[in-house]
Design a protein around this ligand. Sequence first.
Ligand code: ADP
Ligand code: ZN
Ligand code: MG
Length: 496
Amino acid sequence: MKGMATAAPPLATPEQIALYEPVIGLEVHVQLGTRTKIFCACPNEFGAAPNTNVCPVCLGLPGALPVLNQQAVELAMQASLALHCEVRGQSVFARKNYFYPDLPKGYQISQYDRPLAEHGWVEIELPDGAVKRIGVTRLHMEDDAGKSTHDGYRDSSQYSYVDLNRTGSPLAEIVSEPDMRSSDEAFLYLTELKLAMQFTGVSNCDMEKGNLRCDANVSVRKRGAEKFGTKVEIKNLNSFRFLKQAIDFEIARQVGVLEAGGAIAQETRLYNPDVDETFSMRSKEEAHDYRYFPEPDLVPLAVSGEWLARVKASMPELPAGRRKRFVSEHGLREYDAQVLTATRALADYYEVAAKASGDPRMAAHWVTGDLAALLKAAGKEVEECPVSPERLGELIALIAGGELTGKLAKEILPKMFETGEAARAIMEREGLKAMSDSGELEKIVEGIIAANPKQVEQYRAGKTSVIQFFVGQAMKATRGQANPAAVSEILRQKLV
Ligand code: ADP
Ligand code: ZN
Ligand code: MG
């Protein structure tokens, strides 16, 4: 039996897993949202017909020379700053040599011992409210490879197809320190990283389009041990859910191996979501030797202090800063500030609505409440919302100014959502407005009191909660146009 593969030991039980501490570091690729590719003028776009966005440079034809895209460098600088990295005054591009059908040059142009930026961090908030800082080792720039398609075609059993449109797209690779201790922490780290990239406009981080790709390095050690265990790299985790599942599987697998008396082999594994397992792709012995050397066709990248300062000055506000400002300036609760910074588009929408409404807290209430429900029911993102944030702000200003009751506004908003009209246009057409004539309201309240002697008696006997009954009657009688606070006030005067 010697030399033959033996059956893998069973996955560890939760009791066994509890004896170990997972150690996780992530390597994340972010596609920079430039107009053109990193070393040529081909469009950097998704979805074009295969092999149409190509030229001698990205096809790797002999004699073609790369020219570094300034916008790519600036976006990578913004990404670095968003991750609190130090940007080096000089970084160097290097050739990473390997053979693959979707890599026509035979090498990737990356950065090796002198990356664009180093020594950064990302803060995550743990479930108990504690803030944990995850180190960012480095951020470097590189060009992307093309895409091989192994199935989906009629002759896929015999052929693989190669599309080189993506070849030469600009990437930032962001390597973390091995600072995460659970799949949840990895999930939170990737969430914050993605938000930082989206808020700065560096990338839209659309995972379905491959604009955000993640590899996870996972090891385990006995609790209390100082030395890290042997790590395994899991490649190509293309969703947040798979990242979490793959890490959890890998922890259980590694603890299972160790508890059975085995040793962890340093290797690269792939995650198969269909069976929720990782499997070995290549061992350390089969690992590539990339034979890195400085790229002879590009001069070192020099970033002057002046250039860096200019990019720094152009940085949009980051999600964490925005969250804090929503609490301190707008008076929102932490929770609402968190919800409203879930995406940059949502934060932008809220902020415009808040300004137009003059009442940021009420604006938060409407954006996270009724508007969110309408968007959800329509299956729409906030970017496609038929009610502009200015118009939502107007609606809220009408409530704040007493022209509309909350109840009327709740009727009007779905109509705005449907037609895109302004609140006032709907109010005028449908004759909806808050009843401001207190004489008229008084008469209605008197009528209700006269018609309900039993409830009046109860109120006078001390059951003050029946006031809700009267308010309800008044709202009904006025088709929601009465201001409930004004009704209560009149009732209190009349019922004594
Ligand atoms: P390699 O030499 O294999 O490239 P690095 O030291 O450069 O390894 O680390 C690559 C990634 O693996 C980083 O994200 C790092 O945080 C993570 N890492 C390193 N050692 C461990 C470990 N023992 N367990 C888990 N992750 C690790
Ligand atoms: Zn090109
Ligand atoms: Mg490394």
